[in-house]
Design a protein around this ligand. Structure first.
Ligand code: SF4
Length: 202
């Protein structure tokens, strides 16, 4: 067979491009729903808005079977370590969408009990504004994540997740050495980061 004949049978591409194409079209969502944004998300999955049009219909309530976490609602400081554990248990590579002002910044709950943005404790890929965001906004958020996945390199994603695991090791060390609960350890890491003008603990 000549090289001329092969032209019709072979397609060349980059490994990153083909892997990312598969990843962005087969996202498995896991809702971390704590408040009203989760109710709004139900309509995103239902027939009218139908997230399955974007290849993300396989919703799972087990972190080990999902790779796209949607945080839907207020997250308290007490819930912060739970959020981190669930993120750690998700299949890799994994992504996070912060849905609504409560998840993204604490929203109107400017109190000592509320985490002022989940990106302090887990890496967030896309923020969806609104209170609650409309289903169209959530779908737009998923589309933005797909664009991001399309452009990222495989090694970049690995580094991103490695930094999170290192912070989880640090958290376990603080719990063990200072005899703190996981809530206390995460809280002390958040406060310590703020003292050093850092926005996150990973
Ligand atoms: S952003 Fe608004 S709708 Fe969403 S959880 Fe907060 S208060 Fe509820």
């Amino acid at each position: 067979m000549s090289a001329q004949d092969l032209n019709d049978a072979v397609m060349t591409t980059r490994l990153d491009a083909v892997v990312n194409w598969a990843r962005k079209n087969s996202l498995w969502p896991m809702p971390f729903g704590t408040a009203c944004c989760a109710i709004e998300f139900m309509s995103v999955m239902a027939s009218k808005y139908d997230l399955s049009r974007f290849g993300a219909e396989a919703m799972r309530f087990s972190p080990r079977q999902s790779d796209m976490m949607l945080v839907l609602g207020t997250v308290t400081n007490k819930m912060a370590p739970v959020l981190r554990t669930i993120y750690a248990q998700m299949a890799e590579p994994k992504w996070v969408i912060s849905v609504g002002v409560c998840a993204s910044s604490g929203g109107m709950y400017r109190t000592y009990a509320t985490l002022q943005g989940i990106d302090r404790v887990v890496p967030v890929d896309v923020y969806v504004p609104g209170c609650p965001p409309r289903p169209e906004s959530m779908i737009y958020g998923v589309m933005k994540l797909q664009e991001k996945i399309e452009k990222e390199s495989l090694s970049m994603r690995k580094d991103h997740i490695r930094r999170f695991y290192e912070s989880l090791d640090r958290q376990r060390g603080i719990e063990r050495d200072q005899k703190l609960t996981e809530q206390q350890a995460v809280r002390s890491m958040v406060l310590d980061a703020a003292d050093h003008n850092l926005a996150t603990i990973y």
